[in-house]
Design a protein around this ligand. Sequence first.
Ligand code: GAL
Length: 376
Amino acid sequence: MRNTILLFAFILLSFSASAGDVFTPGELWLDSDGAIINAHGGGLLYYNNTYYWYGEHKGDRQSPILVGVYSSKDLYTWKNEGAALSMVETDPDHVIARGCNVERPKVIYNEKIKKFVMYFHLELKGQGYNAARVGIATSDKATGPYTFVKSYRPNAGYWPIDMTEEERTSTVKVTDFKDWWTVAWRKATLEGLFNRRDHEGGQMSRDQTVYVDDDGKAYHIFASEENLTLNLAELTDDYLSHTGKYIRIAPGGHNEAPSIFKKDGLYFMVTSGCTGWDPNEGRLFYSNSIWGPWQQQPNPFVGNDEKLSFHSQATYILQVAGKKDAFIYIGDRWIPRNQLDSRYIWLPIQYERGLPVIKWIDKWDLSFFDDSDNQK
Ligand code: GAL
């Protein structure tokens, strides 16, 4: 008996030593059962004094889990809450049947319908990355299970509000260009070449996030037009559909991994370039209005390996509850050959000359935000 108690105390001690109230970006991050946190390309939600972390369930071929969910009161210690979204295994033709690919899930809570609404990037079985759809699922509980609602390419039949009449009616077509990346092709891309191609069937939707503004309006931001252009689109009041109102951001700029936050009335967006699982130089945009114009600024990553965003790719920017203007950059350090081992890079957002910067810190905790020198 005494030995059992000692063993138990030892396990408890070693657990608290490995968890700790500290963020160690890039190190192994274990959940409260001692297992690797498996929630990649993730998104966070704060609801009822609890944080929920949703992410891609990687490296487990047998598992039906598409999106896993973890909960935490303090952001350091995470409890595995199991599957948020699972494959539909009873119907091989279902769009989320085994073989589909779900990436970058994000969950928001809708007050009107009292449901948690999940948005994710969906690719269909056997089609690589060609489907480029958004998927939507809902649940009455934050931890799920989420029920699949629908998937589609957004804004079919709608023009972006920032596209001119001339661009909308241009007859220049993608098939007019034998070669991509020429000067003429770039100009045509800027002028809506791919948006026109997809006007009827809906716009491509790959890397994505959702954002709820202070007034409760929600927006879906996604890599569109063959990942050449970001779209920012308004969602309906129930968050279940696109309204058809949207803009193009950085046309032809090749941005992925959008993540967004708002500080002092300014909207900021951190994105990556397009190099698949390999890291590249991050980008920063800001705007006075969600509807733009979004202005590009230099790379927000500052320090060694800034050109590779500290070997990470953005997935979400979290506002810490109960602390003024405390935002955390959340990125993935992908390990393509062993996706489960892809690491999480959480770093506090700091400011220089009014613009967000992300600097490497080996070890930090939330008290970082209490030091006003860090938050100019
Ligand atoms: C990345 C993207 C990831 C995943 C990957 C596939 O560029 O951000 O979410 O889609 O490509 O190669």
